[in-house]
Ligand binder design. Structure first.
Ligand code: BGC
Length: 734
C-alpha cells in the first residue's frame, strides 16, 4: 500500500518535471539553447554553426577564449561540474557516475545527497552481469537507455563503463567491471559506449589503467611486464577508443612504474594519444592528480576532485602560474582546451537540437530486465532440478537475506537511486504467488542468529522446494569501492546454513548474488546453483522468470570461479596485495583462465561456463583463409526441447609458439537464439591480430609463423570442434 503510494508520488513528480523540462527547452530555444544571451557576433560565429566541420568549430571557439577562460575548462568548479563561460554561451558541463545508470545528484561541494526528488533512475544490473550476457547488442541497448536518462537529467559526460581486468577475485570493484578477458571486455564495452554516445553524451571509460585492486588504490605502484600490459590490461581500453570511439577516458588512482596514472606520460601521451590516436579528453579520477608539472605535461586534460578549493587544483592557479612564468608552453594549454572543446562540440552541447533524452520509460525497465535475464548464469542443474513447474509444487521456502535486500544503491560511486527495485522474493511472489504457497525466512544476518537458522531449517523441511538466495552484498569489504574482500568465503555462516538446509530438503536451489565465492562446502549437496550477480531494479522479476523457465538461461561466466583463492594466479604466486607500496604482476600474461589452463588447474567453474534448459550441438567447422586472416564457420543446432540461446566461443591455441603464450585465448564469440531443432551457421572472422602477441623488442604485434588450433564450443573447457590453421611466415600486425 505504502509502496504503491510512493510510486504514485514519484510518478506525479516525474510528470511535473516533464512539463517544467519541456518549458525550459522551449524557452532555451528562444534565448539560445544554453540559456545565455549572446551578442549578434557570437550567435553567428563558426563555433555555433552546427553545419561546420567539428575541427573548424573547435578552432574558432579556442581562438575566442582568454587565458583564464581556458584554464577554467580544465578543472572542476564543484564535485561534478566545470565552469560555464556565459559570454560565449558555454554552459556548465555536468559529469555523473556511471556505469549502472545515472547516479543521484550530490553536492555541489559535498558528497551528501543534493536531496532532489527527481533523480531516481533506472538501475541496470552491474557491469559483470552485462558481461555475462555475452551480448554486445544488449550492451548497446543498456548504454542507449543510460544515455537517454543522462540527457534527461542534463548530463554531458557519464563516468563509465569500467573495464579494469579481474586480476584477483578479491578486488572490491570487480562487480562493476567486465571480467577477466580483454577481448570480451573490449567487445562489450564498445557496444555500451556506442549506445550511450548515440544520445549526445560522452561516455568515460575508466580507470586507465591497472586499477585492479582497491587496497591502497590511491598510491599502489604497479609493476607489470610490457606484454601483460599490452595483451591483458590495455586491449579493452583500446577497443573503447578504436571500436567504441569513446570521447573521454578517466585515469586510474594507482601508479604504473612509479608514475601516477592520471598523469602518466607513457600511458596517456605515448600509448593513448600517439599510438591509438585518441582525440578526446583525459580526466583524472577524483583527487587522482598529484603534481602540477606532470599534470601539465603528461596528458591530463581535465582535473576532477574532492577538495572544494577549486582554484587550488593543480590544473587551476598553479598551472596558470606556470604558463605565465613560461615554465609550461601555451601550445600544451591549447591542446588540453582543444580536447575539452572537441568533446563538448561533438556531443552537441552548444547546439539547439541536442537530444533531450527520456526517463524511466518502460523500454528502459525492459532493458534492465533483459540484461538480468541474459546475465544470470546457471552453474549447475542436476536431474532437471530447474526450471520449476508451479503446477507440480505446492510450497516454496524462500530463504536468505538477499531475497529481500536492496542492492542498487550500494557499492559506492556506481550506486543508483533506483526508481524501484524488485527483490527476488517480490519477483517470486509476482510470478508464482497465486499458485504456490511461498514462505520467507531470513536464515542469516550480519551479526548472526542461531534462531534465524533454526527457523529457516524448519521452513525448508516443510516446503516442497527451497530457493536459497544468499551470497555477498555491497557492504564495505565485499563488493564495494574503496576496499577489497578479505577472502573468497560466503559470509555470515552461510556455508553451514546451506549445508543444514540442503540436509533438511534435498530440493534446495541456491541463488548467489554478488561476485564469486567458494562453494566446496555444499556444492555436492544441492542440485542447482544460479549466479545472479547484482541484477538491477528488475532483478527479482528476471530471476523468477529464469527459475520458472519463462526465460531459458544463457549467461556465461566472464571470469573463472576458482575452487579456492590460492588457485588463482596473483594469490598462488603471493603477488597480492604487494609490499612496500608496490604490487608486481609476476603472473604476467597468465591471468584468469590463461593461468588455470596453462597450469592445468581445475577451476570450480571455468571461464565461459553456463548451462541451459536445452542442449546445443556443434558441427562442421570450416576454416577459410582470407589473406588477411581466416574465417571460421560452423553450425549450431538446438538439440533439446525448448528455445534457448547459446554463446558459441572460439579460442586460438598456438601449437608450438616461439615465445610464451597462454594455452588458449578467446578471439571470437557469438550469441545465437534457436528454437528446438533449429540450426544456424555462425561465421566468425579472425583477423591476423587474433594470432598475434606483443613483442616489446619490436614494439609491435607479431603473428608468428606456424600452426594454430582453432577451438570452438560452449565454454572454455568444452570445445567439441577443432581445426588447424597455418601462418606460412611471421609478420608484424598493426
Ligand atoms: C571513482 C570513480 C568515480 C569517481 C566519481 C572515484 O572514487 O574511482 O570511478 O567515477 O569517484 O564519483
Amino acid at each position: 500500500m505504502f509502496a504503491s503510494f510512493q510510486r504514485t508520488l514519484k510518478f506525479l513528480h516525474m510528470k511535473v518535471n516533464l512539463i517544467l523540462r519541456s518549458w525550459s527547452l522551449l524557452t532555451g530555444l528562444l534565448i539560445g539553447h544554453s540559456g545565455f544571451t549572446l551578442t549578434a557576433q557570437e550567435t553567428k560565429a563558426a563555433y555555433r554553426d552546427a553545419t561546420q566541420p567539428l575541427e573548424t568549430r573547435v578552432e574558432d571557439l579556442l581562438s575566442r577564449l582568454t587565458l583564464e577562460e581556458k584554464i577554467s575548462l580544465l578543472h572542476a568548479d564543484s564535485k561534478f561540474t566545470t565552469a560555464a563561460i556565459p559570454r560565449l554561451g558555454i554552459p556548465r558541463r555536468w559529469l555523473d557516475d556511471g556505469p549502472h545508470g545515472v547516479r543521484e545528484d550530490i553536492g555541489p561541494d559535498t558528497w551528501q545527497s543534493a536531496g532532489r526528488t527527481d533523480d531516481f533512475s533506472t538501475a541496470m544490473p552491474s557491469g559483470i552481469c552485462l558481461a555475462a550476457t555475452w551480448n554486445p547488442d544488449l550492451g548497446f541497448k543498456e548504454g542507449e537507455a543510460i544515455g537517454q536518462e543522462a540527457r534527461w537529467r542534463g548530463k554531458d559526460i557519464m563516468l563509465g563503463p569500467g573495464v579494469n581486468i579481474l586480476r584477483t577475485p578479491l578486488c572490491g570493484r570487480n562487480f562493476e567491471y567486465l571480467g577477466e578477458d580483454p577481448f570480451l571486455s573490449g567487445v562489450m564495452c564498445s557496444g555500451y559506449i556506442r549506445g550511450e554516445q548515440s544520445l549526445d553524451i560522452s561516455s568515460c571509460v575508466k580507470h586507465f589503467a591497472l586499477n585492479n585492486q582497491e587496497y591502497q588504490r590511491g598510491t599502489i605502484n604497479v609493476e607489470v611486464d610490457e606484454r601483460a600490459l599490452r595483451e591483458i590490461y590495455l586491449p579493452a581500453f583500446k577497443a573503447a577508443v578504436q571500436a567504441g570511439s569513446v570521447w573521454s577516458v578517466m585515469g586510474a588512482y594507482n601508479q604504473l612504474r612509479g608514475q601516477h596514472c592520471c598523469h602518466n606520460d607513457y600511458l596517456l601521451n605515448r600509448i593513448l594519444k600517439e599510438e591509438w590516436g585518441f582525440q578526446g579528453l583525459v580526466m583524472s579520477d577524483w583527487d587522482g592528480t598529484h603534481d602540477t608539472h606532470q599534470a601539465a605535461l603528461n596528458g591530463l586534460d581535465l582535473e576532477m576532485g574532492t577538495e572544494t578549493n577549486y582554484a587550488n587544483f593543480y590544473l587551476a592557479q598553479p598551472y596558470l602560474n606556470g604558463l605565465k612564468s613560461g615554465e609550461f608552453p601555451m601550445t600544451g594549454l591549447d591542446e588540453k582546451v582543444r580536447r575539452n572543446l572537441r568533446v563538448m562540440i561533438a556531443t552537441h552541447v552548444l547546439d539547439a537540437n541536442r537530444k533531450p533524452g527520456s526517463f524511466n520509460t518502460a523500454a528502459h525497465q525492459s532493458v534492465a530486465r533483459q540484461v538480468a535475464e541474459e546475465g544470470v548464469v546457471l552453474l549447475k542443474n542436476e536431474n532437471h532440478a530447474l526450471p520449476l513447474d508451479p503446477a507440480k509444487i505446492a510450497s516454496i521456502a524462500v530463504i536468505g537475506e538477499n531475497a529481500i535486500r536492496l542492492h542498487a544503491h550500494g557499492g559506492d560511486s556506481s550506486g543508483i537511486k533506483a526508481f524501484y527495485e524488485v527483490t527476488p522474493l517480490q519477483g517470486l511472489v509476482n510470478r508464482a504467488g497465486k499458485a504456490v504457497n511461498i514462505t520467507f525466512s531470513e536464515g542469516y544476518q550480519k551479526d548472526g542468529s542461531a534462531d534465524l537458522a533454526a527457523r529457516a531449517v524448519s521452513a525448508a523441511k516443510a516446503a516442497d522446494v527451497v530457493i536459497y538466495i544468499g551470497g555477498l552484498n555491497h557492504d564495505k569489504g565485499f563488493d564495494c569501492e574503496g576496499a577489497d574482500r578479505k577472502d573468497l568465503k560466503l559470509p555470515y555462516g552461510q556455508d553451514e546454513l546451506i549445508q543444514k538446509i540442503a540436509a533438511a530438503n534435498p530440493r534446495t536451489i541456491v541463488v548467489l548474488e554478488g561476485m564469486m565465492v567458494e562453494m566446496d562446502a555444499w556444492l555436492d549437496q544441492v542440485p542447482a546453483v544460479l549466479q545472479a550477480w547484482y541484477p538491477g531494479m528488475e532483478g527479482g522479476n528476471a530471476l523468477a522468470r529464469v527459475l520458472f523457465g519463462d526465460v531459458n538461461p544463457s549467461g556465461k561466466l566472464p571470469a573463472t570461479f576458482p575452487k579456492k583463492l590460492s588457485d588463482s594466479p596473483a594469490h598462488a604466486l603471493g603477488n597480492y596485495p604487494g609490499a612496500n607500496g608496490t604490487v608486481t604482476y609476476a603472473e604476467g600474461l597468465l591471468v584468469g583462465y590463461r593461468w588455470f589452463d596453462t597450469k592445468h588447474i581445475e577451476p570450480l567453474f571455468p571461464f565461459g561456463h553456463g548451462l541451459s534448459y536445452t542442449a546445443f550441438a556443434y558441427s562442421n567447422l570450416k576454416l577459410t583463409p582470407t589473406g588477411t586472416g581466416v574465417t571460421a564457420e560452423f553450425e549450431i543446432r538446438n538439440s533439446g526441447q525448448v528455445p534457448g540461446a547459446e554463446v558459441a566461443q572460439l579460442y586460438v591455441h598456438p601449437v608450438k609458439p616461439g615465445v610464451l603464450r597462454p594455452e588458449k585465448e578467446l578471439k571470437g564469440f557469438k550469441k545465437v537464439f534457436l528454437k528446438p531443432g533449429e540450426r544456424q551457421t555462425v561465421s566468425l572472422p579472425l583477423p591476423k591480430a587474433a594470432f598475434a602477441y606483443y613483442s616489446p623488442e619490436r614494439k609491435s604485434w607479431v603473428a608468428e609463423q606456424g600452426a594454430y588450433k582453432i577451438l570452438v564450443g560452449g565454454s572454455s573447457r568444452e570445445l567439441p570442434l577443432q581445426g588447424e590453421f597455418q601462418w606460412a611466415e611471421t609478420s608484424l600486425v598493426k
